[in-house]
Design a protein around this ligand. Sequence first.
Ligand SMILES: [Mg+2]
Length: 450
Amino acid sequence: MNRRKVMQLVAAAAGGNWMTKREAAAAQQVARATRGLPSPKIKDVQVIQTAPGGLRLPVVKVLTDQDGLYGYGCACFTQRADLVVPAVEKYLRPFLIGKPADRIDDMWQAMYNSSYWRNGPVLNNAISGVDEALWDIKGRQANMPVYQLVGGKVREAADCYGHASGSEIAQVVESAKSYMARGFRHVRVQVGIPGMEGYGARGAGATAPMKSLHGGPMYEPAYYIRRVLKLFEACRKELGDEVELLHDTHERIHPTQALQFTKDCEQFKLYFLEDVLSPEDIAWFRQVRAHSTTPLAMGELFNSPHEWNPLIAERLIDYIRVHVSQAGGFTPCRKLAAMAEHFSVRTAWHGPGDVSPIGHAANVTLDLVCYNFGVQEYSAFNERVQEVFQGCPVMKDGFLYANEAPGWGIEVNEKAAAKYPFGYGEQGGKKSLNGGWGEVRKRDGQIIKQ
Ligand SMILES: [Mg+2]
C-alpha cells in the first residue's frame, strides 16, 4: 500500500468520526423533539368497516412498532366503500409496512405516486385514510391536538350550517327555525318537488305535475328552479334577513339555467349557492360570475386539488367545497386552503353524514387553523356513531368545537364498530347496490347527474 492510499484511508476515517459526532448531535436533537421516542415505523395498516349511521364509513387504522402508538384516518367514499378496503389492504399496506410513520408529506407523495395512474376517488380516499392516521399518530406522539401541530387556532370554533328540509315549503321554514332556535346562524334550505326526486328533500308522495315515460324516480330542472325560488322568498319573509341561507343545486340543472337561476337568486342574498354547475361544465363559471353577485361554492366532486386551481386563481368561486378524503386527506387540503387564502377564496369543507367523525375532526381542525375559513357543513352524530367514535367534535350554539385530546382526539371502539357492518340499516335499492346510488331520470327518460 503506498503512502497516498494510507492518507486517503485516514482522511476517510477522520471524516467518518466527524460525521458520527454530527449524527450523534442530530440524534440527540431528534430525541428531544420526539421526547426520547425513536422514529416510529409502520407495523400494520387496517381498515375498520363500519356503518353505525346507516352510511358506510371506511376508517383506516395505522399501527406502529411502538406499543400503543396508532392513529385513525377517514377514507369515506360511501358509494363505493367496499372498493376502498382492498385499495388499502392489498396495495398501501404492503407498500407502507416498515416505512417511517413520522414523515407525513413524504409518505403522501410516495403513496400518491406509487400507483402511477392517480387521482381516482378510490385511491385518494385510501391515501387519505393513511395520511390522516399519520397526523393522528404525530399528535399522539406530541401529546397535542393536530391543530396545535399546524400552527394553532385562529378562531375558537367553527361556525356551522345545518340542513333544513321538508316536502313542503312551510316544513322547511319550520325546520330552519328549529336550527336558528338552537343557535345556528347559517342554514341550508332544500325543499321537495311534488312527485319528484329532489336533492336534500323528498316530494313525500305528492302527485307529480306531469307523467313520466318511465316508472322510476323523476326530476325536471325547470320545476325545481321555480319551486326553490318560492322557497327562498318564503324563507326571507318568515325568517328575516339576519339568517344566512345556503342552497345546494347538486349540479342538476343545465348551464343556461344556471346563468338565469344564479341571477334570480341575487335578491335573496344567499350566503352561497352550491354546485350550480357540474365539474364537466366549469368553463361556464366565467359567464355565471360575470352576470351575478350570488356567492358560489363548488368542488365536492373534484378529485385532485389541482382541479380547484383555475377556479381559485381566476376568482370564479367564493368557497371551496372539498370532500377532504376524496382529495387525499388533510395534507393536500391544508395546502389547498393556503393557496385559496392568497385569492380570498374561503373554505367550506364537505361535512355530511357520509364523512366519518375522524373526517369531521380533520374538517374542524382545518376550520380552526385556516384564516380563510368560511363555514362548516354540520351533520349530527347519532348515538350509535358516538358509541363507535368516542370523542366526536362538540356542537354548541351552531359552533363546532374540536376535541382537545391528542391527535384527532377520537378513539374507535372496534367492538362497537363490528356491531354495525357495511350494509347496516340499508334497504331496497341501496342494499342491492351495495351502498351505491340508484338513478334519476327526466320525464322523457334521460338520466340526470345526481
Ligand atoms: Mg353538496
